[in-house]
Design a protein around this ligand. Structure first.
Ligand code: MG
Length: 463
């Protein structure tokens, strides 16, 4: 009898584990809305992502929580607008090698949520949520980490700064030795400067190794490529191959890596047990001309709250679970935490304000998305709000490279369904809508007034 009870208990554990899907998030850096074949790019070849989109769901109205790296990543991992956890700052745009702060330990990441159900959790790639030991992935719910802790253009060596200034210079044919960025394993530096020429291939290999090592139990793998953020690097096999130039080479290598990861999942018979999401942290860095990506039909790019800064090309893939097709419903990286929690049968944090919606029903049945609004924050300021098809801007930053913020005395209203490029302001003909959306902005500002203080401003004291 005792054996039978033990057997049944074990069986129910195995069953529970079987119902818990694996999660893989493949996150790019500064990839544009118009950079993938399946999102309309005519010259960059992305056959693996195109296949992923064909077998899965292409989401065309998917948003990141902020148009730059650090706050966007905080939003994805915590399901909270970065203003709430002090990760959106008026003083410093992102974390730098001299930053003393990080994502506060009291914040709950997707990895920590899934740990409640004993998920194995691994992070590979760019982190950018604090590089000091107490802020690294292994202090935020991940069992292991392999990657570059901040942006690949940081720790620039003395004398190489000029490379950034003009277009016709070595910056456009970057030398990996000019960026003294560390490559880390858990909390140890294992290579410095990291050889960025081979970094995409090495991240891919690490991801595959991680999946193979953890195939017997549920896992969450966060694979955050440090490219195509400038400076651009590709391994020899890809360099000089794309007619789009070096940027195309870089993306074609990332696409190859996505193909390898998905094939590994298929080969291990995990495809029906795994949910893979492909997306990016913000739009293209347009100041770098052909070394930056393309936002396609969207206005502006990285650093702005126009669609080009925050609407990102997104693919969900889970054969047998998600019916294939294009989804024009609204979604956000803020929604990944509650969505994964729902699939894993676990609860997210209930002791704080959360900003994500559970998209599981929309993913499985193409039902209407529970997300009907989105707030566009950057540098600790609320710039715009979207409700249904309508987007109202009260502030904006037009420049392609972090230009001045312009406060609009007269708010601008766009219909994103009929005017994807935010070209035609219709505020004059819709005063009642302007009033309603202004009220939403006021309400959201009041709701975020109790946010944590700025975590980005503090610097490591110089001796
Ligand atoms: Mg970025």
């Amino acid at each position: 009898m005792r054996f039978l009870i033990l057997f049944l208990a074990l069986l129910s554990l195995v069953r529970a584990a079987e119902n818990q899907p694996n999660f893989v998030v493949i996150f790019c850096d500064d990839l544009g809305y118009g950079d993938l074949g399946c999102f309309g790019n005519p010259t960059i070849k992305t056959p693996n992502l195109d296949r992923m989109a064909q077998e899965g769901q292409k989401w065309t109205q998917f948003y990141v929580a902020d148009p730059v790296c650090t706050p966007s990543r905080a939003g994805l991992l915590t399901g909270r607008y970065p203003i709430r956890n002090g990760m959106s700052s008026a003083k410093r745009v992102v974390f730098f090698p001299d930053s003393a702060g990080g994502l506060p330990q009291g914040e709950v990441t997707i990895a920590e949520v899934l740990k409640q159900k004993n998920y194995a959790t691994g992070a590979v790639g760019k982190w950018h949520l604090g590089h000091l030991p107490q802020f690294l992935p292994i202090a935020q719910g991940f069992d292991s980490y392999y990657g570059i802790p901040y942006s690949n253009d940081m720790d620039i060596i003395q004398g190489a700064e000029n490379y950034r200034k003009g277009a016709e210079d070595p910056f456009f044919y970057p030398d990996t030795m000019n960026y003294d960025v560390p490559l880390m394993q858990d909390d140890k530096v294992i290579e410095r400067p990291a050889n960025q020429n081979t970094i995409t291939r090495r991240y891919t290999e690490k991801a595959i190794e991680y999946i193979k090592d953890n195939q017997e139990h549920p896992f969450f793998l966060y694979l955050a490529h440090s490219l195509p953020h400038i400076p651009l690097f590709a391994s020899e096999q890809f360099r000089g191959k794309s007619i789009r130039g070096l940027y195309g080479d870089v993306l074609e290598e990332i696409d190859w890596g996505v193909g390898r990861v998905l094939q590994t999942i298929r080969d291990l018979d995990l495809d029906e047990k795994t949910i893979v999401v492909f997306t990016t942290d913000n739009g293209p860095w347009l100041a770098f001309k052909t070394h930056g990506g393309s936002a396609g039909p969207l206005r502006a790019g990285k650093g702005t709250t126009f669609e080009g800064g925050q609407r990102v090309p997104t693919i969900f893939w889970s054969p047998g679970r998600f019916p294939p097709g294009t989804v024009s419903e609204m979604g956000s990286t803020l929604d990944l935490l509650p969505t994964f929690a729902s699939f894993a049968g676990v609860k997210g944090p209930s002791d704080r304000k959360m900003d994500g919606f559970d998209l599981s029903k929309t993913l499985m049945t193409k039902a209407k998305s529970p997300r009907e609004e989105f707030h566009y924050w950057t540098r600790a300021k609320l710039h715009a709000v979207r409700s249904g098809p309508w987007k109202l801007h009260v502030q904006q930053r037009e420049s392609i490279n972090y230009g001045k913020v312009v406060h609009l005395d007269k708010p601008e209203l766009y219909n994103l369904e009929t005017d994807i490029s935010e070209a035609y302001d219709v505020a004059d003909t819709h005063p009642e809508l302007v009033r309603r959306l202004l009220k939403m902005i006021k309400k959201h500002e009041a709701d975020t007034a109790d946010s944590l203080p700025d975590q980005l401003a503090a610097r490591i004291p110089t001796p």
